[in-house]
Design a protein around this ligand. Sequence first.
Ligand SMILES: [Ca+2]
Length: 117
Amino acid sequence: MRLFAVVLACALLGVTPAASAAPAAYDCPDNAVACLYDGADGTGASYAIYRCDQRVDLSRDWWDRVDSARNMKAGNITLWSYYANGGGRTELVLRAARGQYINAYAANMADVIDCRS
Ligand SMILES: [Ca+2]
């Protein structure tokens, strides 16, 4: 009877109950500055950023992998990708202001994060 009530409520609300306890989209530790995700809309594996006010390469296993980001506390975060033969030059891949949840302009490209308080 209780399950029936939940199903009925969901039907009335037009939502589907979650099938599993998968992490919520854009899940990010409270003490992180920002999080990056290898799926769109904050899904998939995540990479938490704890240090800001620096422009650094992502760890090597996260190059060409980021699809989306959540900016928790930074003034802004910007992700860049190295040009294949650009002599260290980079192109813009994603920019998020504080509190924003953003998909990358170009998925699977980012190699560098610039975080500013
Ligand atoms: Ca890249």
